[in-house]
Design a protein around this ligand. Structure first.
Ligand SMILES: [Zn+2]
Ligand SMILES: [Zn+2]
Length: 333
């Protein structure tokens, strides 16, 4: 099968990558569409040291099941990217927190080939059927949108809270969608007028970043979400959090950076790291008719995935999707 492989030095399309065979309990899934995430780009900068097939945001069709329950065959699915041990003595798996299982592999990120290929395998228990009302293109947003809804699994946001989302990229705008369900007053700050316009269309206040923004927004917000994807976002976000407020960190980046922790102590700020979320709230939100089409910048056929990566890295772009259905399907193995 064809696959987009990162070997630690370069990205290339491998035409004859071995097609995976699903182990017991897993499904073989033919990929229909996949999304390029900042995490994929960070991996090509050294994040987590992963090598193999990249990609973790996908929609596909189940073609084979190595399990008794064959009812999944032919279904259009998305899949939780964290593959946990599911053992009864695992403290995380026992609490439905497989995304923290110490034995886990993660699709296209840790010890498991990803979805930028014609086929992938995932445990059957990770699968979620895509509701008929949700298009394949919209369903590719399930995984990053679930990461937005994860914030609401971790903290309660009251409708009276003032919330700031720092960053107007893909993740920042998906977090915007997730948090609008709380009824709280949301402000989004970023560098791109055309991206902030999408937050505005969602009923939110927006602030275009300039030299005076930080002093104007200082200590104004009960909850601040850092989603800039860059090392510099932390200090800005911390400065905007009011004393006793909550600061949620969403950026996963390869670069390390030094930070001054004193304001955290002085202002008694609660800092919460936040990563992957449950798929069901995201799928329900998509099925309710949420319109995320403006978040798609480009759709490339899989053959052009190297070019798609270059575009995805360009400042100002939003989600870049890879379409496998428009590709030549002649290769089978
Ligand atoms: Zn991602
Ligand atoms: Zn486990």
């Amino acid at each position: 099968m064809r696959a987009l492989v990162w070997n630690g030095e370069a990205l290339r399309i491998v035409p004859d990558y071995p097609q995976p065979k699903p182990p017991v309990g897993e499904a073989l899934i033919q990929v229909l569409m996949a999304g390029i995430c900042n995490t994929d780009i960070e991996i090509t900068r050294g994040y987590l040291g992963f090598t193999g097939i990249l990609g973790h945001e996908f929609v596909g069709t189940v073609t084979e099941i190595n399990d008794d329950d064959q009812s999944w065959i032919g279904k259009r699915v998305v899949g939780d990217i964290n593959c946990a041990c599911a053992q009864t003595d695992c403290v995380y798996c026992n609490q439905d927190l497989g995304r923290h299982c110490s034995q886990r592999t993660t699709l296209g990120i840790v010890n498991r080939d990803g979805c930028f290929a014609e086929y992938l395998t995932l445990p059957v228990r990770n699968l979620h059927e895509v509701p008929a009302a949700v298009s394949t293109r919209m369903a590719t947003f399930t995984e990053p949108l679930a990461a937005g809804f994860e914030i609401l699994e971790q903290i309660h946001i009251a409708s009276t809270d003032k919330v700031l989302i720092v960053g107007d990229g893909k993740l920042g705008l998906l977090i915007n969608h997730a948090l609008t369900t709380t009824g709280a007053a949301i402000t989004q700050v970023g560098k791109h007028p055309h991206k902030l316009a999408l937050a505005q269309a969602n009923g939110c206040e927006t602030v275009l970043l300039d030299a005076k923004t930080q002093s104007r927004l200082a200590q104004q917000f009960d909850v601040v979400i850092e989603a800039t994807g860059s090392a510099g976002g932390f200090n800005f976000s911390l400065a905007c959090t009011r004393p006793r407020g909550k600061l949620i960190l969403k950026s996963t980046i390869a670069a390390s950076h030094s930070i001054d922790l004193t304001p955290l102590v002085v202002n008694e700020i609660t800092v919460i790291g936040s990563r992957c979320g449950l798929f069901s709230p995201a799928l329900s939100y998509l099925a309710s008719g949420a319109e995320l089409t403006p978040l798609v910048s480009h759709v490339f056929p899989f053959e052009q995935s190297i070019q798609a990566f270059t575009v995805a890295k360009t400042k100002g772009e939003l989600k870049v999707l890879l379409d496998f259905s428009s590709s030549d399907q002649s290769s089978s193995e």
